[in-house]
Design a protein around this ligand. Structure first.
Ligand code: CTP
Length: 439
């Protein structure tokens, strides 16, 4: 047993509270549920992301994870009641000083108290005092989440501007499973980061909209063990699904070979190759308001797939490989038809033409691509320097088609280099704006 202060810090985070380089003050409120242990990872991520973090657990949360853990992770004293350190008026100061409040897990009881405007412990008082953006991540049994009381409390909190993220679906504490799991800390940290950058980024302007998003990179099989693939990780499409769902959309993610965690509240349909992706996208787009082709689809596939492993043939060098064209899924989804989704979004990874003004040539290529594909919006990434693939950050320009074929496509948004959620929010803005126009 070591005394406090004897042991190595639980997490080596090079940020002390109040030092330069801190992005802002985040209060992490922790409700009394088993998912409290996941909030430890959230605190660690937020500190690694240069936030000064104060943890405010409820008394019940401290039954699950003790105060020393929260203090070691956050670097701040922790208390659940309003009578500790009375001269500091912490029941008011904690909320006043916050730039962002995240409640994870938000239990049914805590949501009820927050919706009722109660201030019976430090966390409830903080929620009543703060004027900073508030993100709540509910975690509870499905029966509690779907109970009319919780449904009404969620609606009340959302109507006041609280961002309530839908819980993830899966195994719950007992043998049961269903909606009620706390979303993964990586998703909560990503949403917190976005909300801190832009308090409007998670406004619920996509409620009732059905959006189908493709993500990842297709694999075209050569034989049972080999394929032709590409470097797309799927991160941009997953970020889009995360943000669109948080903004109220009903999101289906057609995921081609991405090794990423499913975003909360999103239905995931796995596919492998371009033709499977096409079938899924065409089927799902039938009743969608918007479709987004963020997947990197192979333009060609092997003319045939061997049923057994291809063997080396002596003297055969180079090895011939016949390729045939894959369907252009974006062009097909964009074709005018009665069932066409109102908004079809494509992505284009472009390099400049090597001239002195590469941006102009990137935009010229992009305008030509938007017209050729027939989509409504085109998100253009510059990939001159290998950016956009396998990295967490991205930048982009969004082009919107004119009203008539051949009209000039306007740049409607520019997202500077930043997390993929920032570009995702800009794409959601453009989709929401387009959907709100008359057809
Ligand atoms: N795309 C698609 N089906 C394909 C290839 C691409 O739906 N067979 C979609 C991508 O998902 C993306 C957009 O088309 O949204 C642009 O992809 P890109 O590879 O830039 O387009 P290409 O048509 O292959 O153009 P280029 O000649 O520049 O490679």
């Amino acid at each position: 047993m070591t005394a406090p202060g004897d042991e190595e810090p639980a997490v080596a985070v090079p940020v002390a509270s109040g030092t330069a380089g801190v992005r802002g003050r985040v209060v992490v409120g922790v409700g009394g549920g088993i998912a409290a242990y996941k909030a430890c990872e959230l605190v660690r991520r937020l500190r690694a992301d240069r936030f000064d973090v104060t943890v405010v657990p409820t008394a019940s949360a401290l039954q699950f994870v003790g105060a020393p853990t929260w203090e070691a992770l956050s670097g701040h004293k922790v208390s659940a009641d309003v009578f500790t350190d009375v001269p500091a008026v912490s029941h008011v100061a904690t909320g006043q000083q916050a730039d962002l409040v995240i409640v994870a897990p938000a239990t049914a009881d805590l949501m009820a108290r927050a919706a009722g405007g109660q201030a019976d412990d430090l966390l409830a008082a903080t929620l009543l005092v703060t004027r900073a953006p508030v993100l709540m991540a509910p975690a509870m049994h499905t029966e509690m989440w779907t109970h009319p009381a919780t449904v009404a409390n969620t609606a009340t909190l959302r109507s006041r501007g609280v961002v309530v993220v839908d819980p993830a679906v899966g195994r719950l504490t007992g043998a049961d499973s269903g909606p009620g799991r706390l979303p993964e800390p990586e998703h909560l940290a990503a949403l917190a980061d976005l909300l801190h950058r832009d308090p409007q980024a998670l406004r619920r302007d996509l409620i009732g909209r059905r959006i189908v998003i493709s993500a990842g990179g297709t694999r075209e099989l050569l034989d049972p063990v080999r394929y032709l693939g590409n470097r797309s990780s799927g991160r941009q499409g997953y970020a889009l699904a995360l943000v669109a769902a948080a903004r109220g959309a009903q999101v289906t993610l057609v995921s081609a070979n991405a090794s990423l965690v499913e975003p909360p509240g999103v239905a995931v349909v796995p596919v492998t190759d371009a033709r499977e992706l096409e079938t899924a996208m065409v089927e799902l787009s039938a009743d969608a308001d918007a479709v987004v082709m963020a997947a990197a689809v192979a333009d060609f596939r092997p003319a045939s797939t061997a049923t057994t492993k291809i063997k080396k043939v002596s003297g055969q060098d180079p090895m011939p490989l016949a390729l045939i064209k894959n369907p252009d899924v974006l062009a097909r989804l964009s074709e005018p038809s009665p069932g066409r989704p109102q908004v079809v979004v494509g992505f284009a990874a472009e390099t400049g033409d090597g001239s002195a003004d590469p941006t102009a040539s990137v935009l010229a290529y992009a305008r030509e691509k938007l017209a050729r594909k027939g989509c409504d919006l085109l998100v253009v990434n510059r990939v001159d320097d290998g950016r956009a693939f396998e990295v967490a950050e991205n930048a982009g320009v969004i082009l919107a088609a004119g009203d008539r074929p051949g009209d000039w496509a306007d740049v409607v948004a520019e997202a500077p280099i930043g997390p993929k959620t920032v570009l995702a929010a800009a794409v959601c803005d453009a989709i929401a704006a387009r959907l709100s126009r008359d057809r």
